[in-house]
Write a protein that binds this ligand. Structure first.
Ligand code: GRF
Length: 217
């Protein structure tokens, strides 16, 4: 049997994307496994979920280090200790240094709750509503040193509905995040992703020509 792709999932909070990945990895034949869930916050709720599922956890408190570099070196050591193949950021609220990112070339992925390159950074749902967008979504991308930048692997789109608040929109997008992230990680584990500079492509992905019009004509 070929070795499964060894994932480290980095979280800072709730960890619902981690949980969706965990569920995916528990299905027979899924080609990746979570070997450690790491957090910069001991209070991250997702750590408990991971522990309950028997997954190793690691807390690297960012407050315990004199610099961003020192924190990143400690996190890097933790990941190497678990012989990690792919670093999966899932609500990890720390900006990683270019040095850390360069130590994991094209081996860090992130999920962001907007259709990148629109709305990089924080408060994406509020900003999407304020901008009057009719369609929103989420993006899984390879992490490069610029914030919320890097080759786009996949996106999911949802409508923004009349009367949406940041919370209702976030919930609609989150549901799609939970579908998108496990499917992209499967593609990576199956060796179906190719990256050329800033462009990424998932081979043999089922393309959809299904448009999303909102409001519908
Ligand atoms: C998600 O919306 C993700 O896109 C963003 O942070 C949130 C994390 O949620 N990067 P959870 O901790 O996975 O529930």
């Amino acid at each position: 049997m070929t070795r499964k792709l060894r994932l480290a999932v980095l979280i800072s909070g709730r960890g619902s994307n981690m949980q969706a990945l965990l569920a995916a990895t528990q299905a027979p034949g899924y080609p990746a496994e979570i070997v450690v869930v790491a957090s910069n916050k001991a209070s991250a709720a997702g750590l408990e979920t991971a522990r309950a599922a028997g997954i190793a956890t690691a807390v690297v408190p960012h407050t315990g280090f004199p610099s961003r570099e020192a924190f990143d070196i400690a996190m890097d050591a933790e990941l190497r200790r678990h012989d990690v193949d792919l670093v999966v950021l899932a609500g990890f609220m720390r900006v990683l240094t270019p040095e850390f990112i360069n130590r994991w070339p094209d081996r860090i992925v992130n999920i962001h709750p907007s259709l990148l390159p629109a709305f990089r950074g924080l408060h994406t749902h509020e900003r999407t509503i304020e901008a009057g967008c009719k369609i929103a979504g989420c993006t899984v991308h390879i992490v490069r040193p610029e914030l919320d930048d890097g080759p786009i692997l996949a996106q999911a789109a949802v409508p923004v509905l009349e009367g949406d608040t940041a919370d209702t929109l976030a919930a609609r997008i989150l549901e799609q995040e939970h579908r998108l992230y496990p499917s992209v990680i499967r593609a990576i584990a199956e060796g179906r992703v190719s990256i050329d500079g800033m462009l990424a492509r998932i081979n043999e992905a089922a393309p959809t020509a299904q448009p999303l019009l909102n409001p519908a004509p």
